[in-house]
Write a protein that binds this ligand. Sequence first.
Ligand code: NAD
Length: 357
Amino acid sequence: MSHRVLVIPGDGIGAEIMPHVVRVLTALGPAFDFSYADMGGCAIDAHGTPLPPDTLAAAKAADAVLLGAVGGPQWDDLPMDRRPEKGLLGIRSGLDLFANLRPALLFAPLADASSLKAELVADLDLLIVRELTGGIYFGEPRGVTVDNGGRRGFNTYVYDEREIARIARVAFDLAAKRNGKVTSVDKANVLEVTQLWRDVVNEVHAEYPQVALDHLYVDNAAMQLVRAPKQFDVVVTGNMFGDILSDVAAMLTGSLGMLPSASLNASGQGMYEPVHGTAPDIAGRNVANPLATILSAAMMLRYSLNEAAAADRIEKAVQTVLERGFRTADIMPSGRAVGLEVLGTDAMADAVIAALS
Ligand code: NAD
């Protein structure tokens, strides 16, 4: 039986990187049945909508979805409901992908690429679990109105206890298989919705006596992430705080170009994508780092396709390539480059494929 993978290359460097990731997967061994669909800016241009119904239907029928990235300045002036990002939000909620897993793992050869001191981040291995289908990004009412001659913008930050409990269970389950610690991040001193978040996380914790739990306000969590990131194992938080904190975690590891992510629903089906966007500033120049998307494919093998050995092979190959001194421009240290070689997108993917064997 081959794995049915829906590939959504998207825009910018997403579309540029994706063919190389398919090459890596094809070189691995397990049989894949790849199909392709449009989403984001390219879908707006071709179909007039960022998420064509056929794309969502194909995603629902697939075992897993592999996504590049969507968006770009040419679509920034469209009305909000027709912007590329609407496609992303639509597929996440259409597949009910409520759990976003963002590991921040520092490959030892890249310790120097972090903006923090190497000793603070060496061997860093933390996992941010972000609630993805609720919170302020989806809350109603929302909008901009004109009141008394002036414009007024508003959004609604809302979570119900079912949403909080299911993401808390994902975090506790993962922590039980890792280092046994969950840090829940909220703003319970100011926002009632996050006081409920804290209460429900505490209630679910009673089911997991083997896992330690602490709570941090989001401002303190941001500070701790850059002060002493190795104190964390699994961090669980809502949609907006998770969006921000995972980008902070990205910088701990040196580059957005290294960070994969997984978004799962209750049945284990998932969408896998790099944390980075379409990088319009470097798109089309064969300089983008393909490793975040390659590592996202490894997460797909592990979490949705039950191919843990193949996932290990990809991750070891990435480690080997870095140990051999190969770098894309974004992870090249400024100044000291002895023993290092800068590769383009295609050559980096070639190096990973060579290291698989
Ligand atoms: P970005 O992640 O695209 O780029 C931020 C910076 O990191 C840029 O300087 C870029 O060159 C660099 N960078 C990112 N990925 C890289 C890689 N693989 N290799 C080397 N350098 C890399 O974020 P942005 O500039 O804020 O957004 C650009 C567009 O992407 C926007 O339209 C935004 O909406 C979209 N976006 C999409 C997603 C997604 O599809 N999931 C996520 C974030 C941003």
